[in-house]
Design a binder for this molecule. Sequence first.
Ligand code: ADP
Length: 580
Amino acid sequence: MGKIRSILLVVFMMILSAFSFSYEPGSYKGEAAGYGGKVEVEVTVSKDRIEDIKVLPNKETPFISSVAIERIPAMVLEKQSLGVDTVAGATVSSRGVLTAITNAVKAAGGDVRELRKRVPAPEIKKGNREYIADVVVIGGGGAGLAAATSAKQNGASVILIEKMPRLGGNTVLAGGAYNAVDPKRQKAQGIEDSVDLHYQHTYEGGDKKGNPKLVRILVENAYPALEWLESLGVTFKDEVFTVLGALYPRSHKPTTPVGTGMIIAHKDFAEQNGIMIFYETEAKDFIVKDGKVAGVEAEDAKNKIVFNAKKAVILATGGFAGDVEYRQQFNSNLTENILTTNHPGGDGSGVKMAEKIGAKLIGMEDIQLLPMGDPVTGSLSGNIETTVEDRIFVNKDGRRFVAEDERRDVMTNALFKQKDAYMWVIVDSKVYPTLETKNNFNEPIGDLIKAGRAVKADTLDELAEKIGVPADTLKKTIADYNKCVDAKKDPFGRKLFGIKFDKAPYYAGPRIPTVHHTMGGVEINEKAQVINTKGNPIPGLYAAGEVTGGIHGTNRLGGNALTDITVFGRIAGENAAKEK
Ligand code: ADP
């Protein structure tokens, strides 16, 4: 009896020590910085439990941050712990939500250190599952989703597997620019253009290293593919613009934030048409039977899963800019201190898988950097330029150093030669008439200023002081540039001119070089079939998007990626569905 009593006492002490604090019952607010601004939560506690967590209305970019906003509070509630993992692919938003909850819990009297003790994840034994469809698509970015939609529209049953907890890959993080020669919109703006000119810009802009047949398919199908997206519910603004490195005003901007428009449209189509999407499911290897790709071996957190493809597999796993070691095999200069715009899933796993079964890799050394990285994270977000015509770049001495409408590689190489490889993008208030006006990444300029990611000044002297450049030099730079706008002539060779800088307030935002896009990858032919090292198509295997090489040559034009993934995703889906 005495023994039982002492065991009970020990258990009681253990329970007591586990709850060595109690909350002050009530509701508490907490806030923190997220991906797109401030995140605020309201946490309700009883004496010994977190009872409820509400994320209050916020400016986080819908869709990109939604997994974090849903999952983090649910995990904290379930585990009654702050020691939960961030959601892959939404790290900044996850940390924002978690910090906001932590701040509220602290206010409620919770012992944050105790609550942060990580709850060990249960160990799950791996089992086996098996699925079958006509077409299996690997990767749920823009290319994979376009391929899935197209395969379905051509009568195939479709499975799509995505290794992250959300769709969209890098596509959704891009500014959303889509290049196409557009008979309606460009004409209304008085812009002369032609498919041949788009071809010339693309082919020559990549130093004539792209496959001319694929470039031709890209530019000829750009507008029909845009109309296809519109038929799926994507809406584009009436005016075209010039995105960074596009070389010409034929970039279309969706009416929805960043790259969310096309991803949501494809996701809706998938849900309405029975395309099965497996999240957090990573393709590991192809299954090859009698020389034909017949499926995919994959894994989720619990199981090994076999996906059998009756007709074909489509590889759409994106690029490899996010895998530092791998990218350095092709360009040793791209060390880890050069940040990237890529999401964590951009690790080239698909290229590696394809290489194992004999796919030919081409253009792997052609890796694109942008001069437009956030100095802290390398991300595209925070960029204050809205269109090439309306901004200039100045270095730490307050001087221009390149034609700001040049190719991306030309601008980035010029930036590397400046002090600390650091520059400021400058615009005036014609670009941001109010503090609520948003940049191309759905961020109001006022929020960027508050977060210290951009500065605002009422005079050029004040702007010079705030960005730490000599005022006289900056004023001369601006005055000289304004003369270039009038003369349509520039010593650096710039050709695209928009506003003159004369309407205060002025704005500036800092930028550095960042690794963005891998032009190389698996070789494909005009049908989007993957080519092997002997020059023949690999039966049963198609590819589209950034995982492929041979389209953009040494340098991809800004705004051509979304066109590429849509045009070739659609072609891959159609041909895969028509396989015997
Ligand atoms: P693209 O623009 O070519 O569509 P994205 O980067 O937008 O490229 O999308 C590629 C998608 O493929 C990402 O969502 C990424 O997480 C996913 N992915 C990458 N490797 C794998 C893999 N091995 N298995 C499943 N999904 C993958």
